[in-house]
Design a protein around this ligand. Sequence first.
Ligand SMILES: [Zn+2]
Length: 87
Amino acid sequence: MPLRAFFAGRELLAPLMSDEEWLNLKAQRPKVRLCCCDSTGYLRTSKLGTKHFVHGKDRIFDTPRPKGARILGSISRTYLYFAAIKE
Ligand SMILES: [Zn+2]
């Protein structure tokens, strides 16, 4: 469940967004770029009300990569690797 993504040059941290901000953005059905693997994704709210992103089917993203996105992506992948081997 990705919680971090880029949209319109901004980093979005799903759990930290206000309900109003989240619903307004979600209503626009934007394609965001996920920090975990650089693919496109969408906004979703779980049954329990957790704001998160889901992976889209394509990996094409035509806007410029925000500064620092590659580094943040690598950190995310490292974290996921360590999270996986701890299980
Ligand atoms: Zn991902």
